[in-house]
Ligand binder design. Structure first.
Ligand SMILES: NC(=O)c1ccc[n+]([C@@H]2O[C@H](COP(=O)([O-])OP(=O)(O)OC[C@H]3O[C@@H](n4cnc5c(N)ncnc54)[C@H](OP(=O)(O)O)[C@@H]3O)[C@@H](O)[C@H]2O)c1
Length: 246
């Protein structure tokens, strides 16, 4: 029962997480629907799950398809055996920002808590903020969200998860932690830093969306300023990203 099963092992977080676990000589098995080198299972149908869970003591649940995550979590939790612990990767503010995706994640957190599992919530990964920045500045007049963000380096989230996993392997008692990026930055600064690094000259206008979801973002529901544990800044990330030519 020493094996750690990582769902979403092929994802943005799962890839560095698998590397972190292996660097710590922890016995990690990745789960994917079809990627070579991983245990094959589909969380939505449950197919392959029983075999993937054989000999597993801890499941780090980092899979998502954005829409049907509650059903996937029900199947995963239903297939887990007594004594198997779960560490669920969630997002800061899932209980405060009424985005449908966040609501799903909050429901899963409740399921995980009710079986004594652990949760680690992170703020937005640099990669996601980068994708948004690129989209918002694609046109000659760019947009910036009129709210703050606290982007975090996914590799640092992976490192923290691996540390928590090593602790849980010795003592599987519930843990709930937030992991935030090093700086809370206004959307305007984040987009300006992006256009500068990308060499895109843009007039930037504020993007404000009416409604409760955007208000919750403006109120900082997705931020964890008191848990600013990451060290790699947005500018560090941009420098690395543009140096690698991607
Ligand atoms: N992105 C962010 O800013 C952010 C911030 C904080 C927390 N998080 C959370 O971190 C976790 C990982 O996010 P990510 O960005 O790394 O996700 P991602 O890159 O979209 O990867 C999702 C993974 O889920 C797997 N998956 C999807 N449907 C599946 C199914 N039916 N059965 C089995 N596997 C399935 C996919 O694996 P295969 O295609 O190989 O099957 C894929 O590797 C998520 O829970 C997310 O909510 C994300």
């Amino acid at each position: 029962m020493n094996t750690i099963l990582v769902t979403g092992a092929t994802g943005t977080l799962g890839r560095p997480l698998m590397r972190e676990l292996s660097a710590r000589h922890l016995d990690a098995r990745g789960l994917s629907r079809r990627a070579p080198g991983h245990a094959h299972a589909d969380l939505l149908t449950g197919e392959g799950l029983a075999a993937a869970l054989d000999g597993v003591g801890l499941v780090i649940h980092a899979a998502t398809d954005g829409r049907r995550d509650v059903r996937a979590a029900e199947n995963l939790l239903g297939a887990m055996r007594p004594g198997q612990h779960i560490l669920y990767v969630s997002i800061v503010g899932v209980d405060r920002v009424p985005l449908p995706y966040y609501r799903q994640k909050y429901e899963i957190e409740t399921m995980v808590r009710s079986r004594g599992g652990s949760i680690l919530r992170a703020t937005q990964f640099h990669d996601l903020v980068f994708t948004m920045a690129r989209a918002l500045t694609a046109a000659p007049v760019g947009l910036y969200p009129s709210c703050s963000v606290q982007p975090v380096e996914v590799g640092e989230v992976a490192t923290r998860l691996a540390e928590v996993a090593a602790t849980l392997a010795a003592d599987p008692s519930p843990v709930v932690e937030d992991f935030g990026g090093p700086e809370v930055r206004h959307g305007r600064d984040v987009i300006r830093a992006y256009t500068k690094a990308a060499g895109r000259r843009r007039v930037l206008l504020p993007l404000r969306v009416p409604g409760r979801i955007f208000r919750a973002y403006r109120d900082g529901g997705h931020l964890a300023p008191d848990r600013a544990l990451g060290t790699r800044t947005w500018e560090d990330y941009l420098a690395g990203r543009f140096a690698s030519g991607s």
